[in-house]
Design a protein around this ligand. Structure first.
Ligand code: SF4
Length: 177
């Protein structure tokens, strides 16, 4: 027993090494997103997240955008509590029958210009829940979708890249002859 306790004291922790942070690339990506949002909207971007029936895996990645590592708010981007204050709706999960009306009402409550981003494979095509008796289907079967971000779940960096691509695309459309 004493030997076991001693080993416990001298052994290093058995946790995995954290990934090497690529803070420069992340800051660059988030700064471009902020610049594009300012060009397109005249201010920073406000995001409302809607869980239309996900397993919560996608939410964990979305929540990571607000943690100390990604810390999106330092670039002015923020999550808002009301769709009336939102520019972008980030929708996760297959749309369940119970959440269909809530999603439609949230969409209609969001002022234009607004964009809908379907996050995760389930939001794109129902994913592993496709065909369930409790599911309506993909997000695009309920509200118009401007961008799909695939992955199960997509990483926070994928989410940032997707938002940037969305804003750049809409910016080009606005300035197209
Ligand atoms: S895409 Fe994957 S992580 Fe996201 S809701 Fe579906 S099963 Fe969960």
């Amino acid at each position: 027993m004493r030997k076991l306790l001693f080993q416990g004291l001298i052994r290093p922790p058995l946790t995995e090494q954290p990934p090497q942070p690529d803070d420069g690339a992340l800051a660059e990506l988030a700064a471009s997103l902020q610049r594009t949002a300012r060009r397109r909207l005249g201010r920073s971007i406000s995001i409302r997240q809607i869980d239309a029936g996900s397993c919560n895996g996608c939410e964990l990645e979305i929540h990571a955008l607000a943690n100390a590592y990604y810390d999106l708010e330092r670039f002015g981007m923020r999550f808002v509590a009301s769709p009336r204050h939102a520019d972008v709706l980030l929708v996760t999960g297959p749309v369940t029958k119970n959440m269909r009306e809530a999603l439609e009402r949230t969409y209609h409550a969001t002022p234009a210009p607004k964009w809908v981003v379907a996050v995760g494979d389930c939001a794109v095509n129902g994913g592993c829940f496709a065909g369930s008796y409790a599911v309506v289907g993909s997000v695009s079967e309920v509200v118009p979708v401007d961008l799909h971000i695939r992955g199960c779940p997509p990483s926070p960096t994928d989410l940032l890249k997707g938002l940037l691509a969305l804003l750049e695309h809409t910016n080009r459309e606005k300035h197209a002859p």
